[in-house]
Design a binder for this molecule. Structure first.
Ligand SMILES: Nc1ncnc2c1ncn2[C@@H]1O[C@H](COP(=O)(O)OP(=O)(O)OP(=O)(O)O)[C@@H](O)[C@H]1O
Length: 299
């Protein structure tokens, strides 16, 4: 579990990037930070691995204050995937993936072998191993970025708009692969995006920011869709335009909240079957399959 407590970040030039931010990020789930540009999402992400340190407040990973951990060691133990993949242009794919293990002293042969296995994991042909990043498509480069993020077998994977620069079809593929990976590898993923559709697709927990870094709402996608906190959230998630107008469909296993595209947005429980209408969903317990269990904190 990662916990932000009353965290504020003011940069030396006076910019208040994060103001009194608190959040619990459950282990082995995907938490998505989504919202306006400049609302502090990247700064929050970077405070987890000490690329940025808070001005006040605390950030704990499994009860340990990150400020008590050495920044370099912490950074090398947490996966980080960024937009445009951040690959080193003069290094082959396999060496890009092996960068951090090599820095940590893993033998070259072993690091390369593991890198090839990671190429399998993220759906890259091993025949691409000796290419340079510029010889790959954007989607392939992002997969290399994900493989590199996984190379130290981190418990935590930070992803800063990792799929922002690829076309919608490739993006959809990469999102699906991330969901599969998460199911198989059980990482704690913190994911930053501008795209609310991406946030709802990937997030077990979604945190919506408004301008000024204020948290407008946090919850499971189903909770947010069923009960937007205010007009800003309703507009941001499209609920006000009916784009996501929710209705309840009965299935053999219970009541399922379905959006206007026919996608299941969540499962309703706590209301008698057949009686839950969208407006009543507020009163019901809404949960998304795979959402964090209460009190779970192991990583
Ligand atoms: N090193 C820095 N020095 C001064 N101000 C900074 C620095 N890094 C970020 N900021 C400012 O802090 C605020 C939050 O930036 P941040 O990058 O965290 O937002 P964001 O929500 O990730 O934005 P985007 O979605 O556009 O990437 C912005 O006003 C930004 O200009």
């Amino acid at each position: 579990m990662i916990e932000f407590r009353d965290v504020t970040k003011r940069f030396p030039d006076g910019t208040l990037a994060v103001d009194d931010f608190s959040l619990v990020i459950p282990s082995r789930r995907i938490t998505v930070l989504v919202g306006s540009s400049g609302s502090g999402k990247t700064t929050i992400l970077r405070m987890i691995n000490r690329m940025v340190d808070p001005t006040s407040g605390s950030i704990e990973i499994d009860g340990q204050d990150v400020l008590s951990l050495k920044p370099v060691a912490l950074r090398r133990s947490i996966g980080y995937v960024m937009q445009n993949s951040g690959l080193l242009p003069h290094r082959k794919v396999v060496d890009n993936i092996a960068t951090v293990p090599l820095l940590k002293g893993v033998k070259k042969k072993e690091a390369r072998e593991h890198a090839l296995e990671l190429m399998d994991t993220v759906g890259l042909e091993r025949s691409l191993a000796d290419r340079y990043p510029s010889q790959l498509s954007g989607g392939q480069q992002q997969r290399v970025g994900v493989a590199r993020g996984l190379a130290v077998d981190p418990n935590i994977l930070l992803m800063d708009e990792p799929f922002g620069a690829v076309d919608p079809i490739v993006r959809d593929d990469l999102q699906n692969e991330l969901l599969h990976l998460q199911r198989d590898l059980d990482k704690t993923v913190v994911f930053v995006t501008h795209d609310i559709d991406e946030a709802f697709k990937l997030g077990d927990q979604v945190v919506i920011f408004r301008k000024g870094g204020i948290v407008a709402q946090k919850g499971t996608p189903a909770e947010i869709l069923a009960d937007p906190a205010d007009d800003f959230v309703a507009s941001f998630v499209g609920a006000d335009r009916g784009r996501r107008a929710l209705h309840v469909e009965e299935t053999p296993t219970g009541s399922v909240l379905v959006d206007s595209d026919g996608r299941a947005a969540g499962v309703l429980s706590g209301s008698p079957r057949g009686t839950a209408a969208p407006s009543e969903a507020k009163a019901a317990t809404v949960s998304v399959a795979g959402a964090p269990a209460q009190g779970e904190d192991a990583s």
